[in-house]
Design a protein around this ligand. Sequence first.
Ligand code: DMJ
Length: 456
Amino acid sequence: VSLQMMKHAWDNYKRYAWGLNELKPISKQGHSSNLFGNIQGATIVDALDTLYIMEMKEEFKEAKEWVEKNLDFNVNAEISVFEVNIRFVGGLLSAYYLSGEEVFRKKAVELGEKLLPAFNTPTGIPWALLNIKSGIGRNWPWASGGSSILAEFGTLHLEFVHLSHLSGNPVFAEKVMNIRKVLNRLDKPEGLYPNYLNPSSGQWGQHHVSIGGLGDSFYEYLLKAWLMSDKTDEEGKKMYYDAVQAIQTHLIRKSSGGLTYIAEWKGGLLEHKMGHLTCFAGGMFALGADGAPNDKTGHHIELGAEIARTCHESYDRTSMKLGPEAFRFDGGVEAIATRQNEKYYILRPEVIETYMYMWRLTHDPKYRQWGWEAVEALEKHCRVDGGYSGIRDVYNNHESHDDVQQSFFLSETLKYLYLLFSEDDLLPFEHWVFNTEAHPLPVLHKDDGNKEENQT
Ligand code: DMJ
């Protein structure tokens, strides 16, 4: 089924928005998000590995040809360093590792080089935004006193380690190792990492902590850096398990109805709200369970299962059976959005992502059932003639479509659905880690490194 869904999403993108970043499935035209400046083709690059895995060979071939002929980074564009890294660098790296086609390696390294000027700050903590022609960077004007964002500069590690590996140029890995060094020098309030860090002073901005937006994938990349290093990156491992310990103590709570949730922390005060984005953490806890210190493996799996259940409830308590952007545990509600501007669903993957990890790690059939419920809801409410669209209010009985087919729907949501219903030996966790946009990157096995050294 996810293959049919992919075909519908891809065919319509191709028909109405080919070469542009994303598709507007209602108005049947291209959609440009300013996150990518005027780099083009986000949906193509994000979808490459999904097409490959689903064995959509014709489509993969036309996507590759587009990349060869048209993907151009010599443009005057201000881009989001984080978004371009996770979608474009990540997408190109995965396409290279899966297909072995040199063009993807070349483009990934070329783009990586374009991103390097973002690190020209007094601390080496990169800017959020970069003009890839002039090399001038800046931060989001809304981010706490000129700060960079934890989830942005903390979500470069996996891709940059691979860029060094593939190019032979150590500079990429050096840049991301320095980010860790800066973080490790700083005092952390209650052991937590604030979402904001000033790249000039090297000091934290506002003490806001989140495992959802602005924080999320920083934690994910600590764990995955360790896994991707074949468990040799002890620093990443320690940072991850220490952070989870602080998160458990200060952010994880249980509602009176028995639902475990991860709250947000604002200068010591809890906001009892959980984002759809935060739902990825169920899968993360389960993935990290195996290495958990002090015999805590079972506990981390259990935590993953509880987060999965809570996020499933957030879907089940809507009329469309698709979850809202954020849901609350206060004012007498549990796992329900109360604010109008938190009721939307934009084809995000995190809940399905967690089902996929929980399925692989426990084989409890309920995760496939829950994934199936999501498929039915997507087909009923998000599928339109011209592709798939987000929904403005999941509690309403009538769809109000937002008219965007997000590129992560093809790279993540549909890929995780496909994996949920595939055998475990398709991209096995011993050999692959998924970047935060669901692009698989190979584990760099200790032996491979030795082999290369022996050869030179
Ligand atoms: C994706 O770009 C990535 O999953 C990122 O980590 C968070 N936001 C979207 C999906 O919701």
